[in-house]
Design a protein around this ligand. Sequence first.
Ligand code: ADP
Ligand code: GN1
Ligand code: MG
Length: 371
Amino acid sequence: MIGHMELQRVAQKILPLFSVPDLEYSIQTYGNGHINDTFLISSASGHRFILQRISPAAFHHPDHVMDNMMKVTSALRGKILSRQGDPDREALSIIPLHNGAPYLTWEDGAVWRMTKFIPDTVSYDLPENESIFCESGRAFGRFACDLADYPADTLFETIPHFHDTPDRLRLFRDACQKDAVNRAGTCQNVIKDYLDRAERSSLLTGQLENGTLPVRVTHNDTKLNNVLLDSQTLHAVCVIDLDTVMPGLFAYDFGDAIRFGASTALEDERDTSRIHFSLPMFKAFAQGYLQESGNMLSPAEIDSLPVGAWMMTYECGMRFLTDYLAGDVYFHVASEDHNLVRAINQMTLLKDMEKYEQAMSDTVHSSTPQA
Ligand code: ADP
Ligand code: GN1
Ligand code: MG
């Protein structure tokens, strides 16, 4: 893995190749993403940009990521303009290189891209109140509507089988068996918790395969910190982190947002007594999401939303545990047991969530606008 100093050095070196107005910029690491390397680029005259190295560990075809990103941002800009919005604030804007190319491929093969920094916004790792989470629901609901007429089959699958939970289970079983860095012995209980739930892993993929649930254009990584809110009004401004926009199910987007934001604790909280499922937060997100998108969801899709919450929590926890067993090759980690802590955290949340299945179902039905 490339070190931090080396990344800064490359960032410094490639900066003049991008079409930015000033000659001198400071570079600082930015944000709390687990995948890409993100830098804030600022000049004395006040120009700011986001420079990112797309993670080669996560994305094996960064050209596909950029192709999707260009298509999706252009479609979103069209929708934003048609409702008299501000496309430079409500959508990501790609800054090309001086030679017109939309991104840079560095000598080691890694892809770097630049976007306009969207000023006067905040992103949260935990919703401070229900209205913040409701706004995030609105943002993803609007995102779903804005891309509803976009042909999903023209987008690349930037990570094949990304939310194919049975496939994630297969990779998890492989990692348990290989036990590449001799860690399986230390976490048998949590491994068992995940394996005990294997039977439910195909609930969504089964309905996708038999046509009960339609393929949609989805974001697939709907964490609260992938939405920027206006720092004054706290209204949702822009959905970011478009690397995994591809064909998927609405249940994935709804579910992943719930997994992250309807927990009373951060994803890497170690003290399991602090981790609970929050039904009020679930309600807030469901209301925001369904107010915006409810009219276009089929009855089967509405029914699938609580299943999505369960599935995304199960799947993400299993992905953390798989990465722990493989020696931390995918997610950024800050300590040796970071991925294990996250996997235990997600399992704790999942067990609590399992008590609320009926309440979740009642909530999505009562939050859906009547036709
Ligand atoms: P990752 O895939 O690693 O999560 P993101 O694209 O989500 O990377 O970026 C990481 C963080 O950087 C975001 O959570 C957000 O706080 C910030 N960020 C990214 N793009 C922008 C932007 N255009 N304007 C302002 N902040 C941004
Ligand atoms: C990653 O990129 P970021 O930090 O927004 C991951 C998601 C996980 C999430 C868990 C491309 O999201 O799938 O749910 O971490 N993104 C990718 O925090 O794997
Ligand atoms: Mg992100």
